[in-house]
Design a protein around this ligand. Sequence first.
Ligand code: TYC
Length: 103
Amino acid sequence: MTRQGNANVQASTSTQTTIDEPSMYNVYLLNDDYTPMDFVTEILKTIFRKSPEDAEAVMLKIHEDGKGVAGTYPHEIAEQKAIETTAQARSQGHPLNCTVEKA
Ligand code: TYC
């Protein structure tokens, strides 16, 4: 006969007393041969809140190195910024791509 009921089952009672900081994620922009430099610089200013000087420097770094960090955020925000970046690029006909990677 199969045993029924839960007379010998002990519920787990562990309690978390401190809150972990959320893990952070880098949004990388990837270089390509077609997206205009000015468009990438605008994305870095408007979506990633860079100063004009930082936006220009990061854009040139990506152009030279192949990829670079646009910003670092909790996972949901990083994904949203990546989606917004590609949406704006596609709407202007640019192939710009980005990746989200654990920092
Ligand atoms: N390589 C592009 C050009 O010469 C500029 C560019 C920079 C494109 C950064 C994408 O993520 C990028 N027009």
